[in-house]
Design a protein around this ligand. Structure first.
Ligand SMILES: CSC[C@H]1O[C@@H](n2cnc3c(O)ncnc32)[C@H](O)[C@@H]1O
Ligand SMILES: [Zn+2]
Length: 434
């Protein structure tokens, strides 16, 4: 057995307590063997965690990782105008190679900010899967289906691609990749396609993931045309099962919160994207009080504009309090849970907890910084004060992906250089230079 010991740190446990302990990892199984004292000499490989917090690796529950190539491409617009006027035309110009480059850039940022797993909706998924395999993270991937503005043949082909990708890539990268069937949203995929393909996704045994209730503009047409709220419409189409997870859930009423709680469907809260696009404030405390599993996601880097789950944590706490008009709402412990076990549970992964037998996915945060001094409460620091640059080591599936801020699985300088060149070429093709 090959082992790794992470020594001298303070370990965040699933009950939100922090204890001084070493962590011993079975690298062959990718699992945590033991959390205890005096394990320093046990590992074939060692990571120093003195003066650091050892946390579960962060789980980004909703992303479009390849959109890192579009970071800063179009800002300061609401969702619909942003997508229709800027993002979708630019995405129309993306090559498969661009998607690979954008994914590598996003994965680099994830590793550097302590994220070890994520859920992703995009196209050219084989490119994203190859990048995930290389980078060493864990991911639930899916092809996003849009049927509006397509003829029947094009719409069906898109839905078929989503099914094929879900079937083919489930279990790829030695089991680090899992999949889902991913209609883009309830307004961008026609009812007839949902009714035809959702049962096929169930037969394939994969969860369903989609954007839901993100803006008011998305709710109104469903209420007008179908006479029910969007999540009731989704439930009628079999899209609200315990393994399913929706992104956003900003404009949900009490009946929809109850529906989610009864169905066991999870919500991925994306506070930065919701603020930037002025979509609204998700009722996170009410969702949690009702028993809904709430995870955290960044959405893509074009609407955020970074992929740091530590930024997202702080945003979730701040916005949650504002939305509830209650400073006690969405406290630090809740945020720590949402960015780790909450997201992992939502997207159907076993990660997110540091305990014996759990996947060895973790991040080590350097606490010896002015902005993390003094150390009254490390859960508070995780939610409110720590930043991406404080992440010292990142481990996924027992493998060290970053040691002392050096990423070991991707060539950082080469990825950044390729991304800059690809972004410039994309702007030229999209006519932005004229
Ligand atoms: C068809 S692949 C996924 C699709 O989603 C777009 N997208 C990115 N961010 C958002 C968001 O916040 N709401 C809805 N759609 C979003 C992305 O540009 C891709 O086209
Ligand atoms: Zn999204």
């Amino acid at each position: 057995m090959t082992t790794l010991s992470i020594t001298g740190g303070r370990v965040l446990r699933p009950d939100a307590t922090v204890t001084r302990a070493d962590v011993l990892v079975d690298q062959d199984a990718g699992e945590i063997l033991e959390i205890g004292s005096d394990l320093a000499g046990e590992g074939n490989e060692t990571l120093d965690a003195e003066g650091s917090l050892v946390t579960p690796g962060f789980v980004n529950g909703h992303c479009h990782v390849a959109m890192s190539l579009l970071r800063g491409y179009a800002d300061d617009k609401p969702l619909d105008a942003w997508l229709q006027e800027d993002i979708w035309p630019a995405e129309g110009e993306l090559t498969a190679e661009d998607v690979r480059t954008g994914a590598e850039l996003g994965l680099l940022e994830m590793i550097k900010s302590g994220t070890t797993a994520f859920a992703d909706m995009y196209f050219d998924v084989p490119e994203i899967a190859a990048a995930v395999e290389e980078a060493g993270l864990r991911a639930r991937l899916g092809h996003g289906i849009v049927t509006v503005a397509k003829d029947d043949e094009g719409a069906r082909a898109d839905a078929e691609t989503s099914l094929e990708v879900a079937r083919e890539y489930d279990g790829a990268a030695d089991g680090r990749i899992s999949t889902a069937f991913m209609p883009h949203s309830l307004t961008t995929v026609g009812t007839e396609y949902l009714e035809e393909f959702v049962p096929k996704a169930r037969d394939a045994g994969v969860p369903i993931h989609y954007h839901a209730n993100e803006t008011e503009d998305e709710v109104a047409p469903i209420v007008e045309e179908e006479g029910v709220r969007p999540l009731a419409y989704a439930a009628e189409r079999g899209m609200l099962e315990p393994e399913d997870f929706v992104a956003h859930g900003v404009h949900v009423d009490e009946s929809e919160i109850q529906l989610l709680a009864e169905a066991g469907t999870s919500v991925i809260h994306c506070p930065a994207s919701n603020m930037k696009l002025a979509s609204g404030m998700a009722p996170v405390q009410r969702l949690r009080d009702a028993g809904v599993t709430v995870g955290l996601g960044t959405d893509g880097a074009a609407s955020n504009n970074d992929l740091s789950m530590l930024d997202e944590a702080r945003d979730a706490a701040m916005l949650g309090k504002l939305a509830a008009a209650d400073a006690a709402a969405v406290p630090a412990e809740a945020v720590a849970e949402m960015m780790t076990a909450g997201s992992a549970d939502a997207i159907g992964l076993e990660s997110g907890r540091l305990e014996e037998g759990a996947p060895a996915d973790l991040a080590v945060i350097d606490l010896e910084k002015a902005h993390l001094t003094p150390r009254h409460d490390l859960v508070s620091h995780l939610a409110y004060a720590a930043a991406a640059a404080d992440v010292r080591h990142t481990v996924c599936d027992g493998r060290v992906l970053m040691r002392d801020r050096e990423v070991l699985t991707l060539d950082e300088a080469a990825v950044r250089e390729r991304a800059q060149a690809a972004a410039e070429a994309l702007s030229a093709r999209a006519g932005d230079d004229e």
